[in-house]
Design a binder for this molecule. Structure first.
Ligand code: MN
Ligand code: MN
Length: 367
């Protein structure tokens, strides 16, 4: 549980005059309560009130887990045969929340039917977006969060190291992928940040290609994109290596992506307009003649969610601040030829940046 974060939400509710906030996403429940869980279709969430104590609505069977995660406030449990919303209403009544002119929920993801349940309790209330404040709060990472992100990034580096060591002629993408995840599981990782990507040759020419039974051949580019979830925090790394000697064209693509990535990294410091990182990398790639082959933004915020705020797109007018964490991941993808993407996890420091992922980036030719 994080008392400081709960207090900030309470202060926000007070300032805005909202009667309560209902926080239900795995990421934000974890951020406030320490409980990291997927309740599937069951209702689980934290109610924060401007005055008085917050409480958690939680399937009875998860109660022990919530306490073990450090939640010391009240837990309203319910069994599978009970209606959690009856319990919520009872508890809100007890807390004195009987009328509300407005309340906050995570609008982007709260199921409509659950919004209706709350609306029925408070007919005339406006429902506002809790994300507005929570996204802002999560934007700047605390020291303890950075420590965890660094450890998660180290494990991502290790995943690439395992993958590169597993390359030999004829091995399939899935064999290499399985080896990476097996070695990470042995280190205690139960969950990857997203489906691991190992792509050979022309398969690397798709930004979101699907690993399969493609066999490794000499002259292939090999793209790894992977990350782990460690204590609730994600990492996300991409490296591209060459298997056997590369032709001129593929070398040129590699060098272009690498220089674009380094330029965007160099611009990472407090005060830089966020969108400029995309612009800087894109200009470099466009000048080299590959502008049409870089079809996605330069990166995304990184933390409890593998994609979170800030969005690192060219139209983001926000500015970088110390403690922000995000990825820088330019790429060039050409059908048949293959693709190159290089991705690091970055934290903005007082006067610049630090990369959390550290696996080498000079063109590596595996013989
Ligand atoms: Mn990414
Ligand atoms: Mn990635």
């Amino acid at each position: 549980m994080n008392e400081g974060r709960i207090q900030k939400v309470k202060d926000w509710l007070k300032e805005k005059g909202h009667a309560f906030a209902f926080i239900h996403t795995t990421a934000n429940v974890f951020y406030l309560s320490g409980l990291f869980t997927d309740p599937h279709e069951r209702v689980l969430g934290v109610f924060v009130l401007p005055e008085g104590e917050p409480f958690m609505i939680c399937p009875g069977m998860e109660r022990t887990q919530a306490k073990a995660a450090g939640w010391t406030y009240d837990i309203v449990g319910y069994s599978d045969s009970e209606d959690p919303w009856d319990k919520v209403q009872e508890k809100l009544d007890m807390q004195g929340v009987v009328i509300a002119s407005s309340f906050a929920v995570e609008k982007e993801s709260l199921p409509y039917a659950r919004g209706e349940k709350l609306q029925h309790m408070f007919h005339d209330a406006n429902i506002v977006a809790a994300e507005e404040y929570l996204n802002e709060l999560r934007l700047i990472k605390e020291e303890s969060e950075l420590e965890t992100l660094k450890e998660a990034a180290k494990l991502a580096d290790y995943g690439v190291e395992v993958g590169v060591a597993a390359l030999h002629e004829g091995v399939t993408e899935m064999e290499v992928l399985a080896k990476i995840e097996y070695e990470l599981k042995k280190k205690g990782i139960s969950q990857m940040s997203f489906s691991t990507m190992v792509l050979f040759g022309e398969k690397a020419g798709q930004p979101h290609g699907k690993p399969g039974l493609r066999k490794l051949q000499h002259g292939d580019l090999v793209l790894f994109d992977l990350g782990v979830v460690l204590d609730g925090y994600c990492s996300d790394i991409t490296r591209t290596v060459a298997f056997g000697d590369l032709d001129e064209k593929r070398r040129e693509i590699y060098e272009t992506v690498l220089q674009a990535q380094l330029k965007a990294l160099e611009a990472s410091k407090p005060g830089t307009r966020i969108g400029d990182l995309d612009v800087i990398a894109r200009n470099h790639i466009t000048e080299a003649g590959y502008g049409d082959y870089f079809p996605h933004r330069i990166g995304h915020g990184l933390g409890i969610d593998v994609h979170e705020f800030p969005s690192m797109s060219d139209n983001n007018d926000g500015v970088l601040r110390e403690g922000m964490t995000y990825t820088i991941e330019p790429g060039i993808y050409i059908d048949d030829l293959g693709g190159v993407r290089i991705e690091d996890d970055v934290v903005v420091t007082a006067d610049g940046y630090e990369t959390l992922t550290k696996y080498p980036k000079n063109l590596q030719i595996i013989k």
